[in-house]
Write a protein that binds this ligand. Structure first.
Ligand SMILES: Nc1ncnc2c1ncn2[C@@H]1O[C@H](COP(=O)(O)OP(=O)(O)OP(=O)(O)O)[C@@H](O)[C@H]1O
Ligand SMILES: [Mg+2]
Length: 287
């Protein structure tokens, strides 16, 4: 059984996608894990980071994206082909060989409205949030980890991600506006878990874009660590760095150390991935 972890926050631009992509690469490249990435965001950022724009366009033209899965659920069609949609051996880093991807599509924007309306109208609310879990089930057992990148909201796609997640992480920039949203997302995940009758375990807050020279960042991290409602701030932070920002581009690298450089960012990202793995092992009981 895989450990399924969603990356979620209500605040946009806090580094969710960058974190999810990097953690998948490190889990595969340095810890030998087999990882499935699921891109639930219509912005398709995770998808283009992992397969580049040209391959994504081909997938999109052929209907080999998650939009087809959700379209089937709405239209009663049966067009989604899981085995053709899953992109194998993704990531532009050559030493990363164990990451697969279910790509996103801009078409999710329109589908979001329809799914939301259907969820309100449907007798069976659970069916609309169970589309992803059911669709992925035939291959889920092939993986050690399934990492799900959610859009910055708790709409129908995020709920589909959460409905199959064992656990979630909340990335945050340690500043005022980014951290406001943490209690809200914790509550929404807990309420949704209660609604569907499962516990979705919080692994913790991941500090992103940390600037050690910023008094505000230092103070906010201390405040988060003292806050009793924040269950856990993971011990490793992702610092703000050009090499981490540059990971958004689809650029070939021979190895993760070549991609993240030799100024400590490689080791930092590795420790972030490792701490998520350890939290998952302790709190979800699988590895
Ligand atoms: N540690 C970092 N250092 C420097 N730049 C970063 C870092 N993390 C992310 N970025 C950059 O910040 C921007 C936002 O990051 P990202 O897309 O990962 O955030 P997100 O939370 O997924 O955004 P959205 O809410 O739009 O999905 C991107 O341009 C990314 O390259
Ligand atoms: Mg994103």
């Amino acid at each position: 059984m895989p450990t399924v972890i969603a990356t979620i926050s209500l605040k946009g631009g806090v580094g969710k996608t960058t974190l999810t992509a990097g953690v998948a690469e490190f889990l595969s490249g340095e810890f030998g894990k087999h990882v499935l990435l699921i891109d639930l965001d219509a912005q398709t950022n995770l998808t283009t980071m992992m397969i580049g724009e040209d391959r994504w366009l081909r997938c999109n033209d052929q209907g080999h994206t998650l939009a087809t899965l959700f379209g089937d659920a709405l239209d009663g069609t049966n067009l989604f082909d899981l085995h053709k949609t899953v992109q194998r051996g993704v990531s532009p880093v050559h030493s990363v060989t164990g990451v697969d991807l279910l790509p996103s599509s801009l078409d999710l924007i329109e589908l979001q409205e329809e799914l939301s309306a259907r969820r309100v109208a449907a007798d069976d609310h659970a069916a609309i949030v169970d589309v992803l879990r059911t669709g992925v089930a035939p291959i889920a057992g092939d993986y050690d980890y399934i990492l799900i990148d959610c859009p910055p909201n708790v709409g129908p796609f995020s709920l589909n991600g959460l409905a199959m997640a064992d656990a979630y992480v909340i990335p945050t920039i340690p500043d005022v506006l980014s951290t406001y949203a943490i209690p809200h997302i914790q509550r929404q995940v807990a309420d949704f878990g209660a609604e569907i009758g499962r516990t979705i375990t919080e692994l913790g807050v991941v500090v992103t874009k940390f600037r050690a020279a910023s008094a505000l960042h230092q103070e906010t991290v201390h405040r988060l660590r003292r806050d009793p409602t924040i269950q856990n701030v993971l011990p490793a932070y992702l610092h703000e760095a050009n090499v981490i920002g540059a990971a958004a581009g689809y650029t070939a690298h021979p190895s993760l150390s070549a991609k993240y450089g030799h100024h400590g960012h490689h080791e930092q990202f590795r420790r972030v991935a490792q701490s998520i793995m350890i939290e998952a092992e302790v709190k979800v009981g699988r590895s």
